[in-house]
Design a protein around this ligand. Structure first.
Ligand code: FE
Length: 137
């Protein structure tokens, strides 16, 4: 992803453990994945801004959220493309594109090429990596 470099947030593992719940820590800092259909935001569609549960940066919002049927919150675009970055993830015998917060590096989920128009992308994001706030803008 292109875009301006943001101020970076760096914390030690022990600082993150103190700041996050065990589930948030597992997803954000250990690239964990919550079980499908268990996350708090899978079926949420009211006007919402989703910020990073690690650092509070705005990541996604309800206007790009859709029901993918996957069991994870799904978005066809980020609220601000500069808010996220991607990496190649070869874990678990698959090659996927990992998505993380550009500011704190927290793992969010993966992006796939089977999303709806206008982007054709599906950002498959763990609820545990997000915090819901009233829609901004
Ligand atoms: Fe973050």
């Amino acid at each position: 992803m292109s875009g301006k470099k943001r101020e970076q947030i760096q914390r030690s593992d022990s600082e993150w453990r103190e700041a996050l719940t065990p589930e948030q820590f597992h997803v954000l800092r250990e690239k964990g994945t919550e079980r499908a259909f268990t996350g708090a935001y899978v079926d949420r569609h009211d006007p919402t801004t989703y910020v990073c549960a690690g650092c509070g940066q705005e990541l996604f919002d309800s206007r790009q959220k859709y029901d993918s049927g996957s069991g994870w919150p799904s978005f066809y675009a980020a609220a601000d493309p500069a808010g996220i970055e991607t990496d190649t993830d070869s874990a678990h015998g698959m090659v996927r594109t990992e998505v993380h917060c550009a500011r704190c590096g927290g793992h969010l989920g993966h992006v796939f090429n089977d999303g709806p128009e206008p982007t054709g992308l599906r950002y498959c994001i763990n609820s545990a990596s997000l915090r819901a706030e009233p829609l901004k803008k």
